[in-house]
Design a protein around this ligand. Structure first.
Ligand SMILES: [Zn+2]
Length: 424
């Protein structure tokens, strides 16, 4: 199928292009990029006033499949991703069973291919059943195509085991994605530790729980020479550690989630569990530090940590409800509204963090729009204003703190492998 995208603002950080172009795709490949392309095509997208960007890549999602299909599955997760402008995601391994062997990796890849909306890449767990005791079948999972290792949901507590896993990562040329949390320090905390937690009578998770593991993992990765990626950075001191490590030449990258650069603990009322996630919403100075890290390049990627939960689960008390919020269908508008409209990032810089950098970190063939490259393209209207309505989500779950937020930036057409997988 041929698709012609006319008069859009091509925003492609790989080639530093940010100007109006036409794009022609044929059979899943980008065939032509230029001005005034008038070839006949089966489908034409009028992209006047819109940005045409390499398909967005979210390197941190939970599709809950296998095991928790009442929260999400590969079909609904893929549909939510496409609607949010994403053509590729990396799924985290804390499913049931955990992704710790080749069979489970293959199950996810097969199902994703049947669904076919987006590219679903798989992250394998560091330890068997994520129990922290012995390493998973890392070489088997590598053969089945994993793009990274992670114990996401928690840290690998045993540093000796983590060292072994980092050595495997180095051998395989894949990154270790670190969810940084000292479980003993975060104990039974449910929100950021501080004055607000005291006021609400809730137990706190100190920033040190994250920061101490960021420091440990940077030290280990640097010693071994493995690629380390810090997930969902939330604390000021974590940003500073990552900045310093990069300056020293350590192979470390980092991501931040929209909620951590938009919301602080001040918005918590101790009741609405859509504001409960891990790491928790931090203090205002932490939020400012994350924004600064995004602006100066310390933080390489925006990732959603898309974590669906059923409304039954989220309807519990703040203390008992599970951590996590959905993010695939709100990330692009939140980023346009809070990072680009505020001039913290240029359009090229945003797309770098939402597509090119995740592609580089995971070594995917994506993140760029170039002749001969894959026709993974997102067309979106940066000025389309709307109110976020969780009821309209394609995700099975509606747990977002951003319902009712007025934002701008809407995906109009998502093209994956030369096929239109979402159209608004
Ligand atoms: Zn995590």
């Amino acid at each position: 199928m041929k698709i012609l995208i006319k008069n859009g603002r091509l925003t492609d950080p790989a080639s530093r292009t940010d100007s109006v172009r036409d794009i022609l795709t044929d059979s899943g490949i980008i065939e032509k990029i230029g001005r005034d392309i008038n070839d006949s095509a089966e489908y034409t997208v009028d992209a006047r006033g819109m940005w045409v960007v390499p398909g967005l890549i979210d390197m941190h999602v939970h599709f809950r499949d296998p095991g928790y299909l009442y929260k999400e599955d590969i079909f609904t997760g893929s549909a939510a991703a496409a609607a949010g402008g994403f053509t590729s995601v990396l799924t985290m391994p804390n499913t049931n069973p955990a992704v710790d062997c080749a069979e489970t990796v293959s199950y996810i890849c097969r199902k994703a291919e049947q669904v076919g909306f987006i590219n679903v890449f798989v992250c394998g767990s560091v330890t068997k059943n994520q129990a922290g005791l012995t390493l998973s079948d890392i070489s088997g999972m590598a053969e089945a195509g994993i793009k990274a290792l992670s114990e996401d949901g928690k840290s690998v507590e045993n540093p000796t085991l983590l060292k072994k896993a980092l050595e495997e990562c180095k051998k395989l040329g894949i990154p270790m994605l670190s969810h940084c949390e000292d479980a003993k320090l975060s104990a039974n905390g449910v929100m950021n530790d501080g004055a607000r937690a005291k006021l609400l009578g809730l137990s706190g998770i100190p920033a040190s729980s994250e920061v101490s593991i960021v420091a440990r993992d940077i030290a280990l990765a640097s010693e071994i020479g493995a690629a380390l990626h810090i997930c969902h950075v939330s604390a000021k001191d974590s940003v500073e550690l990552i900045r310093a490590a990069k300056k020293k030449g350590v192979n470390v990258t980092a991501e931040a989630a929209p909620h951590h650069f938009i919301l602080s603990e001040d918005v918590l009322d101790g009741k609405d569990t859509n504001f409960k996630m891990n790491p928790p919403l931090r203090g205002r100075d932490d939020v400012e530090a994350v924004i600064q890290g995004i602006a100066d390049g310390t933080i390489d990627c925006i990732a959603t940590d898309h974590a669906p939960h059923s409304s039954d689960e989220k309807n519990g008390t703040f203390k008992d409800a599970p951590n996590g919020i959905v993010g695939l269908e709100t990330s692009l508008p939140l980023c346009v509204t809070y990072l680009v409209k505020t001039k913290i990032l240029t359009p090229l810089e945003l797309i770098e963090k939402m597509s090119l950098n995740p592609s580089k970190i995971l070594k995917l063939n994506g993140g760029h729009i170039s002749v001969g490259g894959p026709a993974d393209i997102t067309v979106f209207d940066p000025d389309a204003e709307f109110i976020i309505d969780p009821a309209a989500f394609k995700s099975k779950s509606k747990n977002t703190p951003f319902g009712g937020f007025k934002v701008s930036g809407k995906a109009r057409c998502t093209i994956k492998g030369g096929r239109i997988v979402f159209k608004d």
